[in-house]
Design a protein around this ligand. Structure first.
Ligand code: HPA
Ligand code: ZN
Length: 341
């Protein structure tokens, strides 16, 4: 036990560590209990008749298996209040895990395609984020394009977002990766960058290293979401390390979606050893079995992470965030104070 007397001591160290979460799909924080409550409130019929039946359906053999259920779950989200309540519940969980800053993804096309106005989605989320700021959790909102849809659909979504850009800090790319390479979205990401938005993309979760290269060279990403398969290409690892790009890694997601077959073989330590700025995140915590601390604890136990490695992961979460350096500094000092105590 590297630097810890017991697994309990390691878990307590992790729990008290200030951290940022940089890879969280707000729709993926929809717990089955809330799914039921919102279905009742909105008169939506669910395909499941109990919370237990929903949880039992959360067995996935790949990303697409999960996405099929994830898009079904969204059907209960209709009003501004629904998006507010979803986001507020996530912020409560995050605060309990010592999270001080969040950068949240949302999938507007998953809602506008069902007739939910873009305005309801963004205003509900933003209202909860503003209340979170008042409670001491800072935040950024990142709008993701669904990569299984066309670039024209993404362009129309960016048009729809124009009146809301004071609330949206960046754009991302998610959904079914294989068959939908980053280059499919070259023009819409170029336009987003011209609008002053930060750029992130899921790459190398299931897709090959070539997709990570495209995220870098075609989209010009400021950060890579997942990035696991980058490790298959030494030149790519050197590039990511040289550019000091952060990877938002999601251990329990990787396990549930069979990106790794065993957390003991998770690439997180290899990423750190290769000089990559990896972070730990929960992705879709309601579906993958845990929020950010559960992810830290599971991967730290499986890999026997040292105190220094855990502190590095927490520091990376702030230095890899879109907070300006002067806003990162107090968080980094708080991490160092906790680690020294
Ligand atoms: N990968 C791709 N798309 C997603 C994910 C993910 O892990 N979660 C929600 N949408
Ligand atoms: Zn994700």
């Amino acid at each position: 036990m590297t630097g810890f007397a017991s697994p309990e001591a390691r878990a307590a160290f992790i729990a008290g560590l200030p951290k940022a979460e940089l890879h969280l799909h707000i729709e993926g924080s929809l717990e089955p209990e809330m799914m039921f409550a919102l279905a009742r409130r909105n008169g939506v019929k669910l395909a499941f008749d109990s919370v237990e039946a929903i949880r039992a359906a959360y067995e996935f053999s790949n990303l697409q298996d999960f996405l099929d259920i994830y898009y079904q779950g969204m059907a209960v989200l209709l009003t501004d209040q629904d998006f507010h309540d979803l986001t507020a519940a996530y912020l409560d969980r995050a605060a309990a895990d010592g999270v001080r800053h969040v950068e949240i993804f949302f999938d507007p096309q998953g809602h506008t395609a069902r007739g939910v106005p873009f305005a309801h989605v963004v205003s509900g989320i933003a209202r909860a984020l503003a209340a979170g700021e008042a409670r001491g959790i800072s935040s950024r909102l990142i709008m993701c394009f669904l990569r299984h849809l066309s670039e024209a659909d993404a362009q129309a979504t960016l048009d729809e977002a124009r009146p809301w850009l004071q609330l949206i800090h960046g754009v991302g790319l998610d959904s079914s990766e294989v068959g939908h390479p980053p280059e499919k979205f070259a023009r819409v990401f170029a336009r987003a960058r011209d609008l002053g938005l930060k750029i992130v993309a899921h790459a190398g979760e299931e897709g090959p290293p070539a997709y990570v290269w495209q995220a870098l060279d075609v989209l010009g990403v400021d950060r890579i979401d997942h990035g696991n398969r980058a490790l298959e290409d030494a030149a790519l690892v050197e590039r990511i390390a040289g550019d000091e790009l952060t990877l938002t890694v999601c251990p329990l997601s990787n396990l549930k979606l069979c990106v790794v077959d065993d957390l003991a073989r998770h690439p997180l330590r290899r990423m750190l050893q290769a000089g990559l700025k990896a972070t730990v995140n929960s992705d879709d915590p309601a579906y993958f079995g845990g929020y950010v601390n559960a992810n830290f604890i599971a991967v730290a136990n499986a890999l026997d992470l040292t105190r220094n490695e855990i502190v590095t992961l927490a520091r990376n979460s702030f230095t890899g965030s879109f907070l300006p350096p002067e806003a990162q500094a107090p968080h980094l000092a708080a991490i160092d104070a906790w680690a020294a105590a």
